[in-house]
Design a protein around this ligand. Structure first.
Ligand SMILES: [Zn+2]
Length: 165
């Protein structure tokens, strides 16, 4: 079937940055989304609309259509004493609410620098400020189940994704 609203779309992907460096791929993991659910990046759904299993395409998304510009105000320096002796390492992540009791507003802070006195935290998405090239291969298109539509995501099998339900 073709990709239309409420179709379950299973695909393979790789993401590269401007220099062609591979940032990410789904490797052996199955990934997919429900077409029309708005859960993917803008531009993604329109590129796949009406396509079929086997379709391959390359989508280039500027920061504004991907993860936004890099925001300097989201880089903060915190005295290491604020962490009360907690063991810290580079790239460690902390999820903090930004005051609103809403998960969508929580920020993931990543440690980008660590000295004896100061911890530098970056609240930008790791891909912020990057133009991203997605290579996509549509593996499977099928009708989404009622349960999948209700959840807004795909179920691959009963054991793999239980935690997401
Ligand atoms: Zn579910």
């Amino acid at each position: 079937m073709k990709i239309i609203n409420n179709a379950a779309v299973i695909f393979n992907y790789t993401i590269k940055d401007e220099t062609g460096t591979m940032l990410e791929s789904n490797a052996n993991e199955k990934v997919g989304y429900i077409h029309g659910s708005g859960t993917t990046l803008p531009g993604f759904e329109s590129a796949l609309e009406g396509k079929d299993a086997g379709y391959t395409t390359t989508i280039v998304l500027s920061p504004e259509h991907a993860f936004g510009d890099h925001d300097e105000s989201l880089i903060i320096h915190v005295p290491i004493s604020d962490f009360h002796g907690q063991e810290l390492s580079l790239d460690m992540e902390f999820v903090m609410e930004d005051g609103q009791a809403d998960e969508a507003n929580s920020i993931v802070w990543r440690i980008t620098e660590l000295t004896e006195e100061t911890v530098t935290l970056d609240g930008n998405h790791p891909y912020a400020g990057k133009t991203l090239t997605f290579d996509i291969e549509v593996k499977e298109v099928r009708v989404a189940s009622e349960e999948e539509l209700e959840h807004g995501h795909i179920h691959f099998d009963d054991f793999d994704n239980l935690s997401e339900h």
